[in-house]
Design a binder for this molecule. Structure first.
Ligand SMILES: *Cc1c(COP(=O)(O)O)cnc(C)c1O
Length: 470
């Protein structure tokens, strides 16, 4: 038993705390069971504080306030919006493409209301969900037919399993990519039930290498866009067109995995040329696979476009059902693809293109406007300055190319410890809308290419709390 004269005896009881005004307000917001749990946790903290030498226990109101703060922190969504100031427009860890307003509206309607999803409004009969985007995809790519699945990894898996399950798939050694995580081409092949036949060498693959590998067991030839690296120097790859001729001559399908795949010529926006889906189709690939949430700027999706009889075989594979798209993303996808019917206005309507094409001078002017507010927010322990940045598209699109951009670099003031930089990055991440920059040359760099809501950014900074003496 504790000595009754100790402060432990004066810690309020759970019931006392629950009767206070702040606790009653919290019960209104969060419900009684959650508040009881939070009050118990806050009382545990108070007991620990006393054990560590605190002079007196907190009054009941203070315990209730602590419990409320705990509940507020817990009730914040894990999947919550952040400011992506990494300089990478399509950041896989931050959700890749931002959707166009038209796509957001379509997705919202699809969530709230019943949808003509697998229902043909013309004749009242059952329809196919892919019909929603099939004609659009064919029109935009020049392909005969199209199907949609969960993402491009699923598209590749479905194509391999359908055309090369129990058979061989021929790939150049220079194209055996790893995209990230567990997406490695040899492993996808194995899971698809296809036997990988590697041809050529890491840096050079010739037409004769492919010809020599084709045999009675060949299910398909796979060409993979080396989206996240480039092999340079003494290199040789067989262009898609020549590969299509070899495939056609041997009577085996050619599948071209474009990865990002764009529907417009990016040179329009001052970028290097990235092969378009229409070009890949015109070059003779029997199937072309690409992503929905990379350069295309839509929701997560995987497309397979190409020859009608092959698409029909993919659609009959039971795997297709397991990999299909949901109604919310299909609705967003249709609205996104429709924007491509008016390419001249794409840059104003599609955030991915708008952000990639955003002029450096506009971003630099934004940086100059924000600098004073940031300098005040970080306080005298840090120095903020406008800086040049090099943005990236990300998600494996044009890995070699950076886009000139501008931002703000924040350095710890002279004489501060090494922890000051990490403390700043952590404080920015702890804001109501977390700010995600990158650490570079002993500074936190905020590339402002993807910052569009200036007022919201400034208001958010008011919550910045940098502990003293780090
Ligand atoms: C990104 C990429 C994939 C995977 O696409 P997800 O849509 O992320 O599943 C596959 N192949 C290539 C070449 C890629 O660049």
């Amino acid at each position: 038993m504790r000595d009754p004269s100790t402060p432990f005896r004066r810690i309020p009881s759970v019931d006392e705390v629950l009767k206070t005004a702040p606790a009653l307000a919290a019960i209104d917001r969060f419900g009684r069971p959650s508040v009881v749990d939070a009050v118990r946790a806050a009382l545990d903290d108070a007991r620990h504080a006393l054990g560590n030498g605190a002079a007196a226990p907190p009054p009941a109101e203070e315990v209730a306030a602590a419990a409320t703060r705990r509940l507020e922190a817990e009730s914040r969504l894990r999947a919550r919006p952040v400011f992506n100031l990494t300089g990478t427009v399509l950041h896989t860890n931050l959700g890749r493409a931002l959707l166009a307003e038209a796509a957001v509206d379509a997705a919202t309607a699809a969530m709230r209301e019943a949808l003509a999803l697998e229902f043909n409004l013309a004749d009242g009969k059952r329809g196919e969900r892919d019909d929603i985007v099939r004609d659009l995809l064919c029109a935009l790519t020049g392909a005969e037919d199209a199907t949609v699945v969960n993402n491009n990894a699923a598209a590749v898996l479905l194509a391999l399993n359908t055309l090369a399950g129990g058979r061989e798939a021929i790939v150049s050694r220079g194209e055996l990519i790893e995209i990230g995580g567990a997406f490695r081409m040899p492993e996808i092949m194995a899971r698809a039930g296809a036997t990988l036949v590697e041809v050529g060498t890491t840096n050079r693959t010739h037409e004769k290498d492919y010809r020599g590998a084709i045999g009675p067991q060949t299910g398909l030839i796979l060409k993979v866009h080396t989206s996240n690296y480039r092999i340079e120097g003494f290199t040789k790859e067989v262009p898609a067109k020549a590969l299509a001729e070899i495939a056609r001559g041997a009577g085996v399908p050619l599948v071209n995995d474009l990865g990002s795949g764009t529907l417009v010529d990016l040179t329009r926006y001052g970028l290097a040329h990235e092969p378009t889906v229409a070009e890949a189709v015109a070059d003779g690939a029997d199937l072309v696979t690409f992503s929905g949430d990379k350069l295309l700027g839509g929701p997560q999706a995987g497309f397979i476009v190409g020859r009608r009889e092959l698409i029909a075989r993919l659609n009959k594979n039971p795997m297709k059902r397991a990999l299909r798209m949901d109604k919310i993303r299909l609705a967003a996808l249709e609205a996104t693809l429709r924007l491509y019917r008016d390419p001249d206005r794409l840059a104003e309507r599609l955030p991915t293109i708008r952000l990639i094409a955003r002029p450096r001078d506009e971003i630099a002017a934004l940086a100059a406007r924000l600098l004073p507010a940031l300098a005040v927010a970080v306080g005298p322990g840090y120095q903020a300055a406008v800086t040049d940045c090099a943005s990236q598209i990300g998600s494996g699109a044009l890995p070699q190319q950076t886009i000139p951009s501008a931002g703000i670099a924040i350095h710890p003031a002279r004489g501060r410890s090494g922890g000051a930089l990490a403390a700043l990055a952590a404080a920015l991440r702890a804001l109501p809308i977390p700010v995600i920059g990158r650490i570079e040359d002993q500074a936190v760099v905020l590339d402002l290419r993807c910052l569009e809501d200036e007022a919201r950014f400034v208001a958010n900074l008011a919550g910045l709390s940098l502990g003293k003496g780090v």
